[in-house]
Design a binder for this molecule. Structure first.
Ligand SMILES: Cc1ncc(COP(=O)(O)O)c(C=O)c1O
Length: 354
């Protein structure tokens, strides 16, 4: 039976601007045509489009998740809703091992566990104003642009698929795929190193120039370090907070998808130093805005929502407690400057997707 068509409520029309529905089928079409025309080249083709996980979870993850689920099945060990920000043991282990052990002063309560860094990319916009001028490397993980489109922070699409209102930072062979800060003013800069999809990493000096830019322009750096575990060159920073001054101008997104073979489960965290301040329309700097009292609450709410949506997150939390301590990167994944996503192996597919 066909239902009569009636309009209900209003649509967020920003969604109509999204290109992904056209882009990925188009990429797939061109890849197919190329492969048919060049079967030899097809075997060496590096796919930088959307992918999916191809490998199962590692045994350590499966065992830990089973144990955690069992725990929830007994009155003595059952726990109800966890804390919105994530379990203390996990936040404190992350703050200690990922940051303080590396001489970066991040407190336990500056770590927020989430249902993956992709989702945090979207949630973070809830606490940032729509008047911000946003800069995004090109090419880069498309989620940064799409979430800004959905939040209404961009103009319409141009013919080439780019959006008006976004400041694109070209990553080309000429700049070795690491963009320099622009001459113009922007308020919010997305940086992703090691980069998806180019694999480029930024040196300490290059990141320092971005931190200087952020201070000069009162800009916020949103640093996506999802692939930091693949860095094996000791000269390359794993975190934006390795750079002096970054604790007052940066937020860092991290994902367990890549370092834990955990892609698809979605678990990650955001490090938001209390020393990051944001402006309000009256020109005042708010304590912790991105970090301050009010917005911090908003942030906590994301995490709350995340916990509700992601049923096994508690199990994941428990799993991560053991995994952080015991896991090592598979050696075959650790390349000096390029992340393995650029390798043409089956195993790499799980690293690029999501
Ligand atoms: C750069 C980058 N950030 C974030 C993510 C998403 O990570 P998660 O699985 O934690 O949502 C991906 C996944 O492909 C990614 O490539």
């Amino acid at each position: 039976m066909r239902y009569p068509e009636i309009d209900v409520a209003y649509l967020n029309e920003n969604y109509l601007k999204l290109q992904a529905g056209y882009l990925f089928p188009e990429v797939a079409r061109r890849v197919r045509e190329f492969c048919e025309a060049h079967p030899e080249g097809a075997r060496r083709l590096i796919r930088c489009g959307i992918g999916d996980v191809t490998e199962p979870l590692p045994p350590a993850a499966i065992e830990a998740m089973k144990r955690a689920v069992d725990e929830l099945g007994h009155r003595e060990s059952f726990r109800g809703y966890g804390p919105e920000q994530g379990y203390e043991f996990l936040r404190s282990t992350i703050a200690q091992r990922d940051y303080r052990d590396r001489n970066i002063q991040i407190a336990d309560d500056e770590i927020f566990i989430s249902d993956g860094s992709k989702n945090d990319c979207g949630y973070v916009l809830d606490i940032l104003g729509s008047q911000n001028k946003v800069a995004v490397p090109d090419p880069v993980y498309p989620v940064y642009v799409d979430t800004n489109v959905m939040a209404g922070h961009t103009g319409p699409t141009r013919k080439d698929g780019s959006y008006e209102g976004i400041y694109y930072l070209p990553c080309t062979a000429e700049n070795n795929f690491v963009p320099e800060p622009p001459k113009e003013h922007v308020d919010l800069v997305y940086l992703c190193f090691p980069n998806n999809p180019t694999g480029a990493v930024a040196s300490r000096a290059q990141l320092a120039r971005w931190v200087d830019y952020a201070h000069e322009h009162d800009a916020l750096l949103l640093f996506d370090a999802a692939y930091e575990a693949y860095i094996s060159d000791p000269e390359i920073p794993h975190s934006i907070f390795d750079i002096p001054g970054a604790l007052t101008c940066a937020i860092e997104l991290r994902s367990f998808s890549k370092n834990g073979g955990f892609t698809g489960v979605r678990c990650g965290f955001t490090a938001m130093p209390k020393s990051v301040l944001a402006r309000s329309a009256d020109g005042r700097r708010r304590f912790g805005s991105v970090v301050g009292a009010r917005n911090r609450t908003v942030l906590l709410t994301w995490c709350n929502a995340a916990l509700k949506r992601c049923i096994p997150l508690r199990a994941v939390n428990r799993f991560m407690r053991s995994s952080i301590i015991t896991w090592e990167m598979p050696k075959s994944f650790a390349t000096p400057r390029l992340m393995p996503a650029l390798r043409l192996s089956e195993e790499s597919t799980r690293l690029t997707s999501g």
